[in-house]
Ligand binder design. Structure first.
Ligand code: BES
Ligand code: ZN
Length: 477
């Protein structure tokens, strides 16, 4: 790869990434549908400039999938690259220091919605590809790109496509760069992702809102009914009160738990810099890693109902809705958990209220087998740039399409160049530019190493990385 690429092209690259990030591709909000399409077109144009002979926007009921194939390189392996061009809504807007869709650099960090999740990481892979093209614009291996625009909002365009055309996932490996380092200086690959069950619980207690003086004391209150149901779904201890919810969980193996105990972790810094509250909550008898990576959650994301305008209004609301989700861990299946939630809510609902659970979207938890030799190749690429192979960790987050990416047998390399404090889904999301520049080099090297060694990288034992457990317990430099 051209090692001077980043140094030479930095200001152009920053301009290009900024133009991509300036497109407000918020997939959950219908007003941004045209922006999502513009982001897909931005990728299409970029892939054409990079010399891909096949570039398509694939339509469905929602935002398009971008598909591209680099020039064919006979005799070389095929790598499938997945990413997403959609972003989460940027609110609360007044907490952004610079506007979410006006990318701004401060102290070596690029601030914008999507900087890390996932447009900046998609951009990193595209530029790694560019850096490895030869004078005839030929890459070192066969690369297929698949980018979706509904990862953050639960659409089905990519799932429908892969169901209809599973051969698109035929590859020697799939590379997903939508995660982060474990800590600065500590690249990571992920052995599991949590799944999700996202739902709306709505309550109606009367035909219309009522005067709280005339009827207060006798008329049921929809908001109160809703919060009692919500409170009934989780104990103060953090235990979720959905019958049989914990039954299907496959607990982590002792070996995995031991490796987590050996990871460097500073609880005070985690509290101060990441969760930013005064205490950590949840099941105290489990470690923080277990709570975030190996146990399900129940979260309330928002409640709508009653009067929330300025001033006061004495009203008994007739209707209220909550958006909630459960994160699922290996062993738990979305369809089953959805039914368990419906049953638990029905059991908590008073007879005189109409209570409905609407499942919005979700996905199963996944485990990723990291024993394939492609992981050793990725370790080599990370080690050559950062001095460390990737640690094996899990993620508390979800990427619903991951199980489908591996259906044709390709190992799924889940990794990323973000840092834990990037603020995904929060105000002031950022990407450290040093991570982007080194990431371009890392993935450029990975493409070249994988081109040479492929998925069948000789003797896997010889190429095996340092196991996470034997990593030195020193904080990263
Ligand atoms: N990039 C994230 C996944 C992630 C989360 C990686 C946390 C590392 C740490 C992904 O884009 C994401 O946010 N996914 C959603 C999926 C959901 C809306 C179905 C999530 O996890 O909330
Ligand atoms: Zn993402």
């Amino acid at each position: 790869m051209d090692v001077s690429f980043v140094a030479r092209e930095q200001s152009r690259l920053l301009g290009e990434l900024s133009s991509f990030l300036a497109i407000p591709s918020v997939s959950a909000l219908p007003v941004h549908a045209a922006d999502c399409r513009r982001a897909a077109e931005w990728l299409r144009d970029e892939l054409l400039v990079l010399g891909c002979p096949t570039v398509e926007l694939i339509e469905g009921q929602g935002h398009p999938v971008v598909w591209a194939e680099g020039p064919e390189v006979p005799g070389r392996p095929t790598l499938l690259i997945y990413g997403h061009y959609d972003v989460q809504p940027p609110d609360p807007l007044d907490e952004w220091i610079s506007p979410p869709f006006e990318p701004t650099v401060r102290e070596g960090r690029l601030y914008a919605r999507g900087a890390a999740d996932d447009k900046g990481q998609v951009f990193c892979l595209l530029k790694a590809y560019e850096a490895t093209l030869d004078a005839d614009r030929r890459p070192p291996l066969n690369i297929h790109f698949i980018f979706e625009g509904e990862e953050e909002s639960g659409g089905s365009v990519i799932a429908d496509l892969l169901r209809a055309e599973p051969e698109r996932t035929r590859a020697d490996a799939a590379l997903v760069c939508d995660m982060s380092y474990y800590a600065p200086g500590w690249p990571a690959v992920y052995t599991a992702l949590r799944g999700l069950c996202y739902a709306e619980i709505s309550v109606r207690t009367a035909e219309r809102d009522l005067h709280s003086g005339s009827y207060g004391g006798v008329a049921p209150n929809a908001l109160e009914t809703l919060v009692r149901i919500l409170a009934g779904l989780k104990k103060r201890s953090g235990e979720i009160r959905i019958p049989k919810l914990y039954k299907a969980i496959e607990p982590p193996a002792d070996e995995e738990l031991t490796s987590w105990r050996r990871l460097p972790f500073d609880k005070d810094a985690f509290l101060r810099e990441e969760t930013t509250g005064r205490a950590l909550t949840g099941l105290k008898e489990y470690s923080i890693f277990e709570r975030v990576w190996a146990l399900p959650t129940f979260e309330i994301h928002g409640i709508k109902g009653g009067f929330v305008g300025d001033g006061a209004k004495t009203v008994i609301p007739a209707q209220a809705t909550a958006k909630v989700s459960l994160r699922l861990v290996p062993g738990q299946v979305y369809a089953k958990v959805g039914k368990q939630l419906e049953r638990a809510v029905a059991a908590l609902a008073p007879k005189w209220a109409d209570v409905q659970v609407t499942l919005l979207h979700g996905g199963d938890a996944v485990r990723v087998d990291v024993s394939h030799p492609a992981f050793a190749v990725l370790d080599e690429a990370f080690a050559s740039v950062t001095g460390r192979p990737a640690v094996r960790v899990r993620s508390g987050g979800s990427i619903p399409i991951i199980p489908e990416l591996g259906l044709a047998g390709a190992p799924v390399l889940l990794t990323g160049i973000g840092l834990p404090d990037d603020g995904l889904h929060s105000p002031n999301e950022k990407l450290d530019l040093a991570q982007l520049w080194s990431g371009i080099e890392i993935f450029g090297r990975f493409f070249e190493l994988f081109a040479a060694k492929g998925g069948a990288a000789g003797d896997p034992a010889a190429a095996a990385p340092e196991p996470a457990m034997s990593l030195p317990l020193v904080p990263p430099a």
